[in-house]
Design a protein around this ligand. Structure first.
Ligand code: SF4
Length: 765
């Protein structure tokens, strides 16, 4: 599959490496603590200086402040700590509020080709974009362009299209509710449902599996529930790096008597021990042990584990009633089929597939059986597999067996990795909108919304590859680096006539572009947003369906920036005119956008009034609120799934891509993965020491990786091997470096999510 963009053999120009000789240190046994505080300060002071560091870190996640541009972990209701952020939140803030600026001169001095040879870390560290830039067809350098000219240019390209579906509008999860609602309205009034978003690559599998079984695609727990849980299973998730404030909730749950089980192929430090840096201020020096049990299972054997545990629970139920039969009788359907399936399930298969000892599985099965209040948390380790939807439905089965919905301290908790990814979906950023949503939207605005479903992320790549996309508009994000199959995605992007990136920082998607390209720099979360209607706030929705305000407090990085809502409304006005929607009127005062949202989306009644409540408001969630399930039958559904075939053939390994502790999605803050002891480089492959010995591979030895998919081979070279605690036959690499190995046609059934956690590879020495 090597083609354009292939630099030195195997080293991808779409992801040039950085860093010298990788250093291997000890894996950390405790998360956060003083190292997290110093790292937060270091990132803050080196990028923002003293005053801005103090100002931003005392505003982030505060009731009158701005929402952290990091993950979607909720804020405490009621009293909040003066420093309501984690190390990676501080890095995300410092990354956006950096004092460094990219002026137009920078692009005059650096051609796209020259910039392409730079690493993602280097590109991101150049600072904030300050002015709109345009790359004409065939040009080597970006050049300045006025906003008017930029909107005119895009509008002309859109108006020229003979089919609105030749335009695609991508959204990254940092986009606010107001901007997301305007974008979907613009795209649909333009005539398309081509609204892919980053959720297609992450929790889409969660949305599909929960929607089918409990009638809502969202989690069913609140932050408060953690204080009442008896058992918390953390599956395929690394909260210490990706949702660090969750460790505080786990610590508090533990102090309230909960048991915690860590289920992951990797022994993630965050679940071992945790030290809240602010405890030192209270002269508390001890560390909190979090996980009571660690199940280091093989990649993609979570379904086998769930079925093994449920089988044991049914056996134990025969002696003493552990299963909630009343709840099952009243609220569910399909129990008998599941029971029969589990009775036929061989525990030997479970042991073989998981690689776990039977007694360890039984120990957790007893915990599950005895718990009256169980929460299951999960993330990408479950959602990015071919059978992801089925695996998550086995988690729902386990929760239904115990009646763990609509009960304090219990429920399903898919933890979102992007601050407003859930909000964007609620606002209608979705390629398969419901008829009800389109009807409400059409009625409220006065137009007939298109009904044909659009492209999600994977289908967007294929539409571009087939030359079916002429305008690709991205609201934030770094599509090229986030997407699978980097070579194909790069080639496909280059086939697009015009690519438009709304961004705060420079990234690879500004360098791998369509024939023409635009960079439209926008305001960040940390910045004041002044519109003709006065200073504005935006709103976001966290993982637990809490909608709240976010109001920036810093002077914008440049006077030439526009807010996300202003960019969309000006583009929509230039493209569609103002006959049906008075776009400038809407973006002049975001209360007007919220009033429109109120008319279209259930649960947003009195939006403007309720969102001004310092803690915001919680959206309705029938399973959580009243043990009600909005499925066609009105019941929650047990589901029966065979176990996946996890056999991979000789000399093959299963590779999963992971994040380091010094990155947030595709944004690389630094080259160290402190918790895993990997320093100074990212082109590494974590491998089981016995597997290395069998192959005669020594640590730091450079190897090439080849992925194998339906006869196709993808390649990536120059990876240093790191001996690491990971099950035999499994290996791990960082993304985006390894995304070139992920076939875009290897996707989860039903959700079409790329299988970034299951890539069959060989390792060449
Ligand atoms: S846990 Fe997530 S939302 Fe909270 S401060 Fe950290 S990165 Fe930001």
């Amino acid at each position: 599959m090597s083609a354009e963009g292939e630099g030195r053999a195997g080293v991808n120009e779409n992801c040039p490496p950085e860093g010298k000789r990788v250093r291997i240190g000890k894996r950390k046994r405790s998360a956060a603590g003083i190292p997290a505080a110093t790292s937060s300060l270091k990132h803050g002071l080196s990028r923002m200086g003293v005053t801005r560091t103090w100002k931003t870190l005392t505003m982030v996640n505060q009731k009158d402040g701005f929402d952290c541009p990091g993950c979607a972990w909720p804020d405490p209701v009621g009293k909040r700590s003066a420093f309501e952020f984690c190390e990676n939140g501080a890095k995300a803030v410092a990354d956006e509020a950096t004092k460094k600026r990219i002026k137009p001169r920078f692009f005059a001095d650096n051609s796209v080709q020259e910039l392409s040879s730079r690493s993602d870390h280097w590109l991101n560290s150049r600072g904030r974009l300050t002015s709109p830039m345009y790359l004409p067809g065939g040009a080597s350098h970006y050049q300045p362009i006025t906003w008017e000219k930029a909107f005119e240019l895009v509008a002309k390209r859109l108006q020229k299209l003979d089919d609105a579906n030749r335009a695609i509008f991508y959204t990254s999860g940092r986009t606010s509710n107001e901007a997301a609602f305007l974008l979907q309205l613009f795209a649909r009034m333009f005539g398309t449902n081509n609204l892919p978003d980053c959720s297609n690559m992450c929790h889409e599998s969660s949305g599909v599996s929960l929607g089918e079984t409990i009638g809502t695609g969202k989690g069913t727990v609140s932050l408060e529930d953690f204080n009442h849980a008896e058992l918390i299973l953390v599956m395929g998730q690394n909260p210490g790096t990706n949702h660090p404030r969750m460790l505080t909730a786990l610590r508090d749950a533990k102090r309230n008597g909960a048991k915690i089980v860590h289920i992951n192929p990797l022994p993630e430090t965050g679940l071992v021990k945790f030290k809240h840096p602010q405890d030192y201020l209270k002269l508390r020096f001890g560390k909190d042990k979090l996980a009571d049990k660690f199940l280091q299972l093989k990649i993609n054997s979570d379904a086998a584990l769930m079925q093994g545990i449920m089988k044991m629970m049914l056996e134990m139920d025969a002696e003493k009633s552990f299963i909630d039969h009343q709840f099952i009788a009243d609220k569910t359907a399909g129990f008998d089929a599941l029971k029969a399936h589990l009775e036929s399930r061989s525990l030997d298969d479970v042991v073989v597939q998981t690689g776990l000892a039977l007694e360890d599985i039984r120990e957790v099965a007893v915990m599950c059986a005895q718990s009256r209040a169980t929460i299951v948390c999960w993330a990408m380790g479950l959602t990015q597999h071919r059978n992801a939807v089925a695996t998550i439905q086995d988690i729902v089965n386990l929760l239904l067996l115990g009646g763990h919905f609509g009960r304090k301290g219990a429920g399903a908790c898919p933890v979102r990795g992007h601050s407003n990814v859930q909000g964007d979906r609620t606002m209608g950023i979705c390629e398969q909108p419901s008829e009800d949503f389109l009807t409400r939207l059409g009625k409220a605005v006065g137009f007939d919304a298109p009904r044909a479903h659009g492209h999600d992320v994977v289908n967007t790549i294929h539409a571009m590859a087939d030359g079916e996309c002429e305008v690709f508009f991205c609201m934030g994000g770094n599509f090229l680096s986030a997407a699978p199959d980097t070579e194909l995605t790069a080639k496909s992007l280059r086939k697009v006539a015009l690519t438009v990136q709304v961004s705060t920082k420079l990234n690879r998607s500004h360098l791998v572009t369509g024939e023409e390209a635009l960079i439209l720099p926008c305001l960040g979360r940390t910045e004041k947003d002044l519109q003709t209607g006065g200073y504005q706030f935006v709103t976001v929705e966290d993982s637990m369906s809490v909608v709240h305000m976010s109001r920036g407090g810093l002077k914008p990085a440049s006077l030439d920036l526009l807010s996300e809502p202003a960019i969309i409304s000006r583009l929509a006005n230039a493209t569609l005119g103002g006959k049906v929607v008075d776009w400038p009127h809407l973006s002049a005062d975001y209360d007007r956008i919220r009033s429109l949202i109120e008319q279209v989306i259930p649960g947003f009644e009195d939006y403007n009034e309720r969102v001004r409540n310092p803690d915001g408001f919680v959206l309705p969630n029938p399973p959580r609120d009243e043990q009600a399930f909005a499925t066609p039958s009105g019941k929650a559904h047990f589901s029966v799934h065979d176990l996946p075939d996890t056999s991979i053939g000789e000399d093959r390994y299963v590779m999963m891509t992971i994040r380091s502790h010094d990155q947030y999605n595709t944004t690389i803050y630094g080259l160290d993965d402190r918790y895993r002891g990997v320093k100074g480089g990212r082109r590494v492959v974590l491998m089981n020491p016995e597997d290395m010995e069998d192959r005669g591979i020594i640590k730091r030895q450079k190897v090439a990786i080849r992925s194998h998919f339906e006869g196709e081979i993808r390649s990536a070279d120059d990876f240093a091997v790191i001996p690491y605690s990971i099950p035999r036959g499994n290996v791990a690499t960082y993304f985006p470096e390894a995304n070139v190995l992920i076939p875009s046609r290897s996707v989860a059934e039903k959700s079409n999510t790329p299988t970034s956690k299951w890539v069959v590879v060989s390792i060449l020495t």
